[in-house]
Write a protein that binds this ligand. Sequence first.
Ligand SMILES: NC(=O)C1=CN([C@@H]2O[C@H](COP(=O)(O)OP(=O)(O)OC[C@H]3O[C@@H](n4cnc5c(N)ncnc54)[C@H](OP(=O)(O)O)[C@@H]3O)[C@@H](O)[C@H]2O)C=CC1
Ligand SMILES: Nc1nc(O)c(N)c(N[C@@H]2O[C@H](COP(=O)(O)O)[C@@H](O)[C@H]2O)n1
Length: 257
Amino acid sequence: MAAPTFLANFLKDNQYPGRPYVTLTFAQSLDAKIAGKAGKQLILSGKESMKMTHWMRTMHDAILVGIGTALNDDPQLNTRHLPPRDPEPATDHGKPYHLPRPIVLDSQLRLSPGCKLLKNFRSGNGRRPWVVCAATDAAEHGDRASRRQVLEDAGARVLSVPSIDGFISIPGLLDAIYNRGIRSLMVEGGATVIKSFFDQLTPHPETRLVDSVIVTVAPLFVGNDGVGYGVEMEKASSLRYTETVHLGDDTIIMFKA
Ligand SMILES: NC(=O)C1=CN([C@@H]2O[C@H](COP(=O)(O)OP(=O)(O)OC[C@H]3O[C@@H](n4cnc5c(N)ncnc54)[C@H](OP(=O)(O)O)[C@@H]3O)[C@@H](O)[C@H]2O)C=CC1
Ligand SMILES: Nc1nc(O)c(N)c(N[C@@H]2O[C@H](COP(=O)(O)O)[C@@H](O)[C@H]2O)n1
């Protein structure tokens, strides 16, 4: 069993000299909502497109979510929807699927030490999560320092990265993880993180920080009280539409930046 050919072809060059290759991906309704009222987690993807997302996870070194998603959804970010791997294949020697490193953007270290990402790591069922906090003087003292200790004791690796306007700097983040060996990053959300990465789009290849955008569109409406994400037209217009694929009832739309 292998990743769908369209995905393997689309992501075949996902290694970059100097920074990680960045794929921004998420699932939305027809009215561009990614969650329900008050952020209620919605399973928008059908089983075929969810499996595609899990294949995509195997194709990246790391998966990133914001602390809003980590607190709201308590995600696992693993590959559990993939079929068991053939124990005697000619090509892959029965190795387990590549499991990406979970990364959480969390300026103030609000992540719970009891979250599934840390539990899975402690039970040997997941990779050590990296938690990216804001590098400030305050970080070394008081509450922040004790939260850092609690998270490290629970198994997290905490990285400090400069922040800009209260958010972790995206170029700073990409630098920090590239220097620690991450060559490809899948950004899964949520709403605020999606907007931050859309804000990085530019028509200038030399300053580009996002490479691919893959959107799963589910055939349903969520309504006005659902959670959407903001996109500035000026930024989004630099995306080049590449391909559409239908999986089950969902439509997967792919762009190169
Ligand atoms: N349909 C889908 O595909 C997906 C849907 N979701 C949904 O999204 C919702 C969560 O979205 P949201 O609440 O916006 O939370 P996010 O997961 O987008 O996290 C946002 C938080 O991350 C921290 N952060 C630090 N640096 C940055 C940065 N550079 N850019 C953006 N955020 C940064 C901030 O918190 P702080 O200041 O504390 O650091 C910020 O408030 C949930 O309802 C979830 O179900 C989530 C993922 C995928
Ligand atoms: N592809 C996709 N489709 C949906 O319908 C979704 N709700 C999401 N959400 C993302 O996946 C995370 C949950 O991951 P696990 O199932 O726990 O591994 C969730 O937190 C979002 O990042 N994605």
